[in-house]
Write a protein that binds this ligand. Structure first.
Ligand SMILES: NC(=O)c1ccc[n+]([C@@H]2O[C@H](COP(=O)([O-])OP(=O)(O)OC[C@H]3O[C@@H](n4cnc5c(N)ncnc54)[C@H](O)[C@@H]3O)[C@@H](O)[C@H]2O)c1
Length: 333
């Protein structure tokens, strides 16, 4: 079968997808794109208040305009509720994005990472087994690389030394995925996202906090005295990467989804100042527990096996983010 026909064929058979975390940042963008491509999406999210619920509701309201979107408010830790809901649908695939995110939050609040990320993910994998759903694409994280010094980070690198509980739960999920693939023949693809940003982004992440404080003339906290680098990845690129993974049939693989271009924290701040048209009041602080100094994705395997690469540079991505922020918060400058 030609490559084109294969792609068409897989799109045709994969019409109905369960996406967890659709009220979240990445899940929202993914569901929106899948709905636009003609998929039927069953969205699952518990709309928790880890950050302002209004932005989750705003995302969900946009998705609900599409008749092919069904939303179920379910906590993925409640297996029976998931099971009852999934009985009603014959789905081709699960994209599992729901999680308790945030490295820093995990330092003081470990239990929710154990329940939502560890038990919740086990429940989702078990749903795939019980309901004979042949494929799961799930979110992992660049944080699994912990304090690894060798850059760029490759999927072949040892990731046995997480420096946060959040990272430990993401690594645990990769191990569970391997067992599920091995035992039950479910295709499992894990995607290690690298610092995702963009419109409707998370209010607990740097881009959002910095822009908010810039517009409110409040100081921004810069950790490790600015000596940090992040491989920032634009959300549309991440969504395209997830869709590439959905369209492949890898038995059990893990891929980096990053920009493969680490940016200095102070350059990131400089770009935000440029797009906001304001100078930040900077407060310099030491490194925070659980944080890592640098992230940098190696994309060799991803390019070869997922046929994906990012296309948005930080300058244009941050412009889109700031434009969205101003419109969403009705900011006049
Ligand atoms: N944004 C990033 O930079 C980034 C980087 C690496 C990995 N990730 C991973 O990508 C995925 C999506 O992240 P995001 O940035 O969209 O985060 P998000 O917090 O915006 O979205 C996660 C969603 O999951 C939901 N959720 C959490 N616990 C739940 C539970 N027990 N039951 C049902 N729903 C629950 C939340 O309400 C939220 O809407 C997560 O797995 C996250 O760990 C994100």
């Amino acid at each position: 079968m030609s490559k084109l026909l294969k792609t068409r064929y897989s799109l045709y058979i994969m019409k109905k997808v369960i996406v967890t975390g659709t009220a979240g940042f990445i899940g929202f963008h993914l569901a929106k794109k899948l709905l636009n491509q003609g998929y039927e999406v069953i969205g699952i999210d518990n709309l928790n208040d880890y950050y302002d619920v209004r932005i989750k509701e705003a995302r969900n309201k946009i998705l609900k305009k599409n008749k092919n979107y069904t939303f179920k408010k379910i906590n993925i830790c409640e297996y029976d509720k998931l099971h009852d809901e999934c009985k009603n649908h014959k789905c081709d695939m699960i994209v599992h994005l729901a999680a308790q995110a945030g490295v820093r939050h995990s330092i003081e609040n470990p239990h929710v990472y154990g329940t939502s990320n560890v038990c919740g993910t086990l429940n989702i994998f078990e749903i795939a087994r019980q309901h004979k759903i042949p494929k799961v694409v799930y979110a992992s994280s660049s944080s699994v690389y912990g304090g690894n010094k060798k850059v760029p980070f490759s999927e072949k690198d040892n990731v046995d030394m997480p420096v946060s509980l959040y990272a430990a739960t993401k690594k645990a999920n990769e191990l569970k995925a391997h067992a599920y693939s091995h035992l039950y023949g479910i295709n499992m693809t894990g995607l290690r996202f690298f610092t995702v940003y963009g419109p409707y982004g998370r209010p607990d992440m740097a881009a959002y906090i910095f822009v908010k404080n810039l517009f409110e003339n409040k100081p921004i906290k810069i950790f490790n005295h600015g000596d940090m680098e992040r491989d920032f990845t634009y959300v549309d690129d991440i969504v395209n990467g997830i869709i590439c993974a959905m369209n492949k049939d890898h038995k059990c693989e893990i891929f980096n989804l990053g920009n493969s271009r680490p940016e200095k924290l102070m350059d990131f701040v400089g770009l935000l100042e440029k797009h906001c048209g304001k100078k930040a009041i900077k407060e310099f602080h030491p490194m925070q527990a659980g944080d890592v100094k640098k992230t940098h994705a190696c994309l060799k395997k991803t390019k070869e096996m997922l046929e994906w690469e990012p296309t948005t540079n930080l300058d244009e991505g941050l412009k889109k983010f700031v434009d969205w922020y101003k419109e969403y918060h009705k900011i006049k400058v």
